[in-house]
Design a protein around this ligand. Sequence first.
Ligand code: CMP
Length: 134
Amino acid sequence: MERTLLIVKPDGVKRKLIGEVIKKIEENGFGILDIRFIELSQKDAEILYEVHQGKSFYNDLLKFITSGPIVALLVEREDAISKMREVVGTTNPAIAEKGTIRGDLGGNIEQNVVHASDSKESAAREIPIFFSYG
Ligand code: CMP
C-alpha cells in the first residue's frame, strides 16, 4: 500500500465540496487514514509549493492557499500517488476529463478545488506538513 496527500483547497471548502471530494476518493478505493481541517501558515505554504518558487503564479498561489481553511487528507491504496492524480484530473478544470474531481467540480487553474502530491518525493515532503507520520 502507498500513501499520498490530498488537500481540499480554500475554494473547495467555501463551495461546500468537501463531501463530494471524499465521496470520489472513497469510490476509487482509497482508505482515509487521517484528516485535518486547518489554516495553512505562510511557512508551511512555502514548503508545500516549494517546487513552484520563482514561477509567475507563485505569489498568488501562496496567497490563495493561505486565504481560508483547507482540509488535508492522508490516504492510502495500491499506487495511491498515480491513481490520485488520475482521480483529481489535469490542473486546469476547463480541460479536465469528465469523471475527475476537477472535471466535475469546476473552478479555474488557480482555484481548482484540490491539490494532490505528484510524486513520491512530493508526498514525502508534503505529508509531514500536516501529519506526524508518513
Ligand atoms: P496544485 O495541484 O495545487 O499545484 C500547484 C498549483 O499551481 C496548481 O494546482 C494550480 O492551482 C497552480 N497553477 C499551476 N499553473 C498555474 C498557472 N499557469 N497559473 C496559475 N496557477 C497555476
